[in-house]
Design a protein around this ligand. Sequence first.
Ligand SMILES: [Zn+2]
Length: 374
Amino acid sequence: MIVKLLSDLVSFKTVTPNGDAAIDYCAKFLEKIGFVCHKLNFGSVANLYAKYGTHNKNICFAGHVDVVPPLDGWNSDPFVLTERDGLLFGRGTNDMKGGLAAVLCAISAFLKKHTPDFSVSVMLTSDEEIMGKNGTSKIVQWIQERNEQITGCILCESCSTDATGEYIKIGCRGSLNVDFKSVGTQCHVVSSKKFVNHLHSFAKFISDFANTKLDDGNSNFSPSDIEMTSIDVANSVRNIIPANASAKFNIRFNDCWTFEKLEHFIKKQLPQNISVKFTRFGFPFIGSETYFTNFLAQSINKTLGTMPKIGTAGGNSDALSLHKLTNVVEIGTPIENAHIVNEYVSKTDLEKLYKIYFDILGSFSAYCAKHYSR
Ligand SMILES: [Zn+2]
């Protein structure tokens, strides 16, 4: 059933942010098993909040149906699920239609066997891959306005470099884009002694900056990381020293820093002829209290026979919005297979995920009794 569901999901060409068809498909699937579905369109982006039951205790599974464009070089049609040696190829199989198929099957199987004393909800968006403005952040607002309670949330994302299910991502580092610009005087190469070649000092500056050690990290976060992403002088000839040079960096930073502190630290190092522009993305956060993380770790341990690692490595996701609402973690497939040409997920990994999500559902009532009875 998981493979059939994944095959259907992959067949929808949901290149971000065009998720309508897959959102409709999931809504139909969930309605059939007793969910009440709210299709939430913000701008042109289709989203879904679906809920089973009316209990206040509510476990939510979240995700997205959109995928990045397939681009060229595939060995099979990226929108036709194709099996080779136990691996299932197709755009989105890893990020994150595989996780979605596993969780929909787990919920369906669980509700066939049990009548839970808690609600189960599913939250889906179509614009995660473009850091959605009309996706999860808007659904979170909608949920807050309705005073809807969510006790805990599992984002079924591809999220770790460890094997499937062997990592719980409990938060994320912050992300700051840093653009440096060096301005000198355009001149002939033979006049450089007169005008001073600013490219030489700029090259040293950006090299030193790239090698700056920001911190040592801490128990939740790895050390902050500076990565150069571009150097540009836009010079197509050999006998000019150009007036402008620029370099771009991305910094993934931990909670030793805030945006303000980091920007101040960088500005202090600037030579006179170099300016800087910052673009802020997500801030660093921990999205889950230890008791929720531990509950999920136990479920994984029961299912896989191994305790998962717990950390904050990897990129930004919808957890950034969701943690304003409730405890949220990510449990899914390894991120190294996301966004690649010939993207795939293994059948074994889907089966593992299915079992983990099923066990989480089976253990949720006891978890609520333990933590929310007072
Ligand atoms: Zn994803």
